[in-house]
Design a protein around this ligand. Structure first.
Ligand code: AGP
Length: 608
């Protein structure tokens, strides 16, 4: 899940491409590169490692053309190195290609090209695209790219330039996202919206099987038979400012602190006088939903944890049987699907390949698809029957935070709406819960104001080598999320468990001083949770308890205690997630980790 950019216009190509790549670095940061053509020559600058390395090279040896393509890499085929960095070029150094995705049949194509005397300089799958374009070139880069993609299997968003046609960038999309930014006497391409926002808010989203010819003063689109097609222009509502850190040391911390306002905005958008409003992309009729008997939620990572909380909400409030599936398993598991079934996809990026594949699997069976998505106009949103947007704004930090709490919020509101349609909760119960919801932003702000308390606890545990996170009921998924946050940004091993499960094995891992984060807020399983904490204490674990304000009992049980304001049990995952995010954040910072760009990860996983 690399980041691709491209520009043609009069601005300085070096700063435009670099600015675009900086905006996309969260998509991969193993190596980077740019290329341009001028006076019949191809200029390529590429290097292993962070973007700063490329910036230094361009400062010494800038590109001099007026069009160019760029790439920041998340390595799949070929280890991070200068050779394997993109752009990849052909034998004659006349064609340069950047690519996001995976070419699954690259072995066979490479052998075929080697037999035709092509010489390969890298171990990447991408380089075969440059050689195939060279092999197919007959005076038209467009035609050559169309011929080339007809041989490819896998996922590929491609941008290509060549010395013979220095007035255009050719792009092609299949399986990986690609967006065109429409400017004034300039045009851009990018894998994601943030790279375009500094130049334009007018975009065209490319669909699978579409080719674009990007020139200085016009863009044209074709289908994969080479037939011209018209494309709709869209306007982006996000601001370029929202992409800044606004004084925070990391995007992750900024995004953690945005959560109360985002929930407040969503309360105003979703809760109307007498009803709920899920926005203009929600097309299901009340009758359709009232008949639902089964929901399958499929997602990955943090979004899967949100879906797990959704299972508790749909079953508790709306009494609808709900399954939760990890998309990469759901995709190949041959699940039983039929009847009044709704399949949900939950995703921040809207581009996660596993979740998209899961969606297409359900679609192939003509099932109703509802997705919860943050990125406007993303593939999963466009391919769903209905979409509920998270309205969390651009999430740049690789570790998902504000998108997660908005996912929990949307699931809570949706479960209330379904309970209303299915008469499983009466109006007074629903109104009571709406009152609780409206108190959330204030409670979230209170927790955020106590950040230093979490920082102090983090300081005491920053050298720990592994952690356990335990919770019960609707906060079991919260324990999973707490563990994931810590793992992905601090690189410390951590596991989330249902607290009641510890005595069936995992408690064997506990020895004197083992750190365990226990979520013990007031709930229907509170007493059971206290017993589980006692079991851990009897093994001399150091238990860090997240509890409800005013609860003196846990003060005696926890080695460390962090209080959150009292709230309705099924809303507590939203409040509990904040101290879990801050705990992971401060432990990672105290261990000198690059919190926004954790190793081996990328923000949007667009390959299976
Ligand atoms: C979470 O912090 C990670 N970035 C990752 O687990 C993420 O949740 C997962 O890749 C799913 O991404 P999505 O929500 O964009 O589909």
């Amino acid at each position: 899940m690399c980041g691709i950019v491209g520009y043609i216009g009069d601005k300085d190509i070096n700063s435009v491409l670099m600015a675009g790549l900086w905006r996309l670095e969260y998509r991969g940061y193993d190596s980077s590169g740019v290329a341009s053509v001028l006076d019949g020559d191809l200029e390529v600058r590429k290097v292993k490692g962070r973007l700063m390395n490329l910036q230094k090279i361009l400062a010494e040896r800038p590109l001099s053309g007026t069009l160019g393509i760029g790439h920041t890499r998340w390595a799949t085929h070929g280890e991070p190195s200068d050779q394997n960095a993109h752009p990849q070029v052909d034998c004659k150094n006349s064609i340069a290609v950047v690519h996001n995705g995976i070419i699954e049949n690259y072995y066979t194509l490479k052998e075929e090209l080697i037999k035709k005397k092509h010489f390969f300089k890298s171990n990447t799958d991408t380089e075969i695209i440059a050689h195939l374009i060279e092999e197919n070139y007959n005076g038209s880069l467009k035609e050559s790219v169309l011929k080339t993609v007809s041989r490819l299997q896998g996922s590929y968003a491609i941008a290509a330039i060549c010395t013979a046609e220095p007035d255009k960038i050719i792009v092609y999309r299949y399986g990986s996202p690609l967006i065109v930014g429409i400017g004034n006497k300039e045009n851009l391409i990018a894998s994601d919206i943030p790279a375009l926002l500094d130049h334009t808010k007018n975009i065209v989203i490319m669909n699978d099987g579409e080719l674009g010819i990007i020139k200085r003063d016009k863009v044209e689109f074709y289908n994969n038979e080479g037939k011209k097609i018209e494309k709709e222009k869209k306007k982006i509502t996000w601001s370029a400012e929202s992409l800044e850190k606004e004084g925070f040391p990391h995007y992750m911390l900024k995004e953690i602190h945005e959560q109360a306002d985002i929930i407040d905005t969503n309360i105003k958008l979703r809760i109307r006088e007498k009803d709920f409003d899920f926005g203009e992309n929600f097309h299901f009729s009340p009758q359709e939903l009232a008949n639902l008997s089964h929901i399958i939620i499929q997602a990955c990572g943090t979004s899967w944890h949100a879906g797990y909380v959704g299972k508790y909400l749909f079953e508790d409030f709306a009494r609808i049987r709900t399954e939760i599936d990890i998309s990469s398993e759901f995709r190949y598991r041959n699940p039983i699907m039929g009847g009044e079934l709704l399949v949900m996809a939950i995703t921040q990026s809207g581009e996660t390949a596993d979740t998209l594949a899961g969606l297409r699997e359900a679609k192939a069976k003509f099932l109703k698809i509802l997705s919860l998505v943050n990125v406007q106009g993303s593939t999963i949103a466009r391919e769903s029957d209905s979409t509920i947007y998270l309205n969390a704004g651009p999430e740049i930090g690789v570790a998902s935070t504000k998108a997660y709490t908005s996912q929990l919020f949307q699931l809570y509101i949706l479960s209330l709406y379904l309970s209303k349609l299915k008469w499983t909760l009466d109006d007074s119960e629903i109104n009571k819960k709406i009152k609780e919801i409206k108190a959330l932003p204030k409670k979230m702000k209170k927790i955020l104001e106590k950040e230093n308390e979490i920082k102090k606890i983090a300081k005491k545990f920053k050298d720990a080598k592994d952690f356990m996170f335990v919770g019960r009921g609707i906060n079991y998924p919260s324990a999973l999320e707490g563990a994931l946050k810590l793992k992905e940004i601090s690189y410390i091993h951590a596991t989330g468990y249902p607290a009641g499960e510890m005595k069936h094995g995992p408690i064997a891992l506990i020895s004197e001083g083992s750190p365990v984060v226990a979520i013990a807020t007031k709930s229907s399983v509170y007493d059971k949770m206290l017993s589980n904490i006692e079991e851990l204490r009897s093994r001399k674990a150091k238990v860090i308890v997240i509890g409800t304000q005013g609860d003196d009992i846990i003060k005696k049980l926890g080695s460390e205690v962090f209080y959150i304001p009292e709230c309705e049990e099924n809303l507590s995952p939203i409040l509990v997630s904040i101290p879990l995010q801050l705990f992971a954040y401060h432990i990672a910072v105290l261990n000198g980790r690059d919190v926004d760009r954790p190793r081996n990860l990328a923000k949007s996983v667009t390959v299976e």
